[in-house]
Write a new protein. Structure first.
Length: 595
């Protein structure tokens, strides 16, 4: 049985990632990319589906862990009756191949350690061929190979590679695991101690670029480290999470693959990076965005693979029992083929923010944006699946129409404020028409609130975006009424749900918990409404949800007091960074985005 999400810490090398529990078991690892098949998949099943355990044989008496030096080099200290050890875990920056390094350091006494390596390629499906080559353990299966380098004597036992050894105070015992293509020669042995030192230096240098000087700096720095770790370095794409199928409803079917990059994250990711001094990452993300959406504007998708892949077919892995029995386990994401009108606004807004920050694009990029706006003129009045990717049929979602307005508004701004060429009068006219329609059809005058979709009565936390993108000023009575309605109808035990499932059929069985990013949006709105004390109280409550190393999942279940959903979730950490900046009065007011 896998651990609660609170037990896990993230390791990453900006091309792939691993989750390691406080009990010393690495239960999730995909190599060589975020979206590659996992070689450790115990997170979605049992140890038989792959893991790497390294911990005291008899179990620890107590555990303390922390990242060091502002990066993702993790130290976990175990204290036993016989003494104490610290396990240092990291994925060092890549040379030619991905490595996973673990070093056991003796702190006091003499501690017996247990190592159990269970390699199962293809999400726990392939038991590899394991052999010894020049004193190292080599596992091959399908396209994948792994080689274990360690001075410890290991042996095979029940299709596992195991070892028992003793560590005394002052000793260091290294382990290195390297991936390679199974058809290639076995790579040279890694030096784990040198790799840890290299990882320390790399993270220290990266963290030193942080320019954020507001409140909650430690939490902001941790969140930015998560975003850096979830950035696919070769292209600049940021994956939504390094995991798949961690459920939004324990035991239910709301289990999705988040190892891809969503355009809806674009503007807020850029804001977080630019406001914190990470211009290079912001430029890489912007360039990935332009490459991914290039082509026929009618083919614009809501999400892409980390290299810009467009077809992400959704499959179910029947051999995996799922996290705490939550099935099906899915890889790929069928939402890639949905029509979501809001992506036009997110793309145009992100490029608008890049221009404001001085990140210029070439003529071809502006031509692409013009083509997107030309297509938007044809499709803006069509129903869509909306921000939340419902599987119950298309609607005229209010948030989607607002984001169509955003796209045109930013197109007008590109001409009026940056001197670019385009049909400004036509875009301005359509922008104003959409604004009037949303205010007429997406607003319930009797209840003084905007609603989820035209003709409906339900609310949607996405409506909190209206003041944040500048659709209406925060002191507009309709915005005040909408925020108050969300507080009254979508806030449960202090956290925000996406929508009311009794009024909104999303085509899926079961329910869900509160969405952390929606709760951050509410804090933003409360601040813009002049209710800073309440906004800060909500923000502090959200910080307290994170685990002991500062990681946030997608959702929080108040009833059970635990995080659920894919973990760690990039958008939750993006929202944390941006809300901290807004509450610290560092970032520009959100409504100033409008031209």
């Amino acid at each position: 049985m896998s651990s609660p999400l609170e037990d896990y810490a993230l390791l990453g090398d900006t091309e792939s990632a691993a989750l390691v529990s406080a009990h010393g078991s690495i239960d999730w690892l995909c190599l060589p990319r975020f979206d590659s098949p996992a070689c450790f998949a115990a997170l979605l099943g049992t140890p038989d589906h792959g893991r790497w355990l390294l911990a005291p044989s008899g179990g620890p008496r107590c555990t303390r862990r922390a990242y060091r030096d502002g990066g993702l080099v993790l130290e976990t200290r175990y204290e036993t009756d016989a003494g104490a050890v610290t396990v240092v875990d990291c994925m060092p920056p890549r040379d030619t191949r991905p490595d996973l390094v673990r070093v056991v350091r003796g702190d006091a006494g003499r501690v017996e350690m247990r190592m159990e390596l269970v390699i199962r390629f293809d999400y726990g499906h392939i038991v590899p061929w394991v052999r010894r080559i020049e004193g190292r353990t080599v596992a091959l299966g399908g396209p994948d190979g792994l080689v274990l380098t360690t001075p410890v004597h290991v042996h095979g036992e029940d299709l596992r590679t195991v070892a028992t050894f003793v560590v005394s105070a002052g000793e260091e015992v290294p382990f290195g695991l390297t991936w390679f293509a199974s058809h290639a020669p076995v790579p040279a042995a890694i030096d784990p101690l040198a790799a840890v030192a290299r990882a320390d230096q790399w993270w220290q240098e990266w963290a030193g670029q942080l320019t954020y000087r507001g409140e909650w700096r430690e939490a902001v720095q941790r969140s930015l480290c998560v975003l850096k770790a979830l950035t696919f370095a070769p292209t600049g794409a940021v994956v939504a999470a390094p995991t798949t199928s961690l459920p939004e409803d324990i035991g239910g079917e709301r289990n999705w693959d988040y190892r891809f990059s969503w355009l809806r994250d674009a503007t807020f990711t850029l804001d977080a990076l630019l406001a914190s001094g990470y211009t290079e990452e912001a430029m890489s993300w912007r360039d990935w965005l332009l490459r991914s959406v290039a082509g026929d504007p009618q083919d614009l998708q809501i999400m892409y693979g980390v290299a810009g892949e467009r077809r992400l077919p959704e499959l179910e892995l029947g051999w995996l029992p799922g996290y705490e029995g939550s099935t099906p386990v899915r890889v790929g994401n069928g939402a890639w083929s949905q029509f979501q009108l809001d992506v036009y606004g997110e793309v145009l807004d992100s490029l608008h923010q890049a221009r404001r920050a001085g990140i210029e694009s070439d003529d071809a990029a502006w031509s692409l944006q013009r083509a997107l706006l030309a297509n938007l003129e044809k499709v803006w009045d069509q129903p869509d699946e909306g921000l939340w990717e419902v599987r119950s049929g298309r609607q005229h979602f209010t948030h989607s129409k607002v984001m169509a307005w955003v796209a045109l508004d930013r197109g007008v701004a590109a001409i009026e404020r940056h001197g670019l060429d385009g049909p400004v009068e036509r875009w301005r006219s359509l922008r104003d028409h959409i604004h009037a329609e949303v205010c007429a059809k997406g607003y319930d005058a009797e209840r003084n609130t905007f609603v989820q979709h035209y003709g409906g009565t339900g609310l949607d936390a996405a409506l909190l975006m209206l003041p944040l993108v500048g659709f209406l000023p925060p002191d507009d009575p309709r915005i005040v009424g909408t925020v108050e309605a969300v507080e009254a109808e979508l806030v449960f035990d202090g956290f925000v749900h996406r929508y009311d499932h009794d009024r909104s059929d999303d085509g899926l069985a079961g329910g869900e918990a509160s969405f952390l990013m929606c709760s951050f949006w509410l804090a933003d709105c409360l601040h813009l409404l002049g209710r800073r004390r309440h906004a800060c109280e909500l923000f502090e409550r959200l910080l307290a949800v994170g685990n002991d190393v500062g990681l946030l999942a997608e959702e929080y279940d108040v009833a059970t007091g635990r995080m659920i959903g894919n973990f760690p979730q990039a958008f939750s950490h993006v929202a944390l960074v941006n809300t901290a900046g807004i509450l610290s009065a560092i970032e520009h007011p959100a409504q100033d985005r409008r031209a």
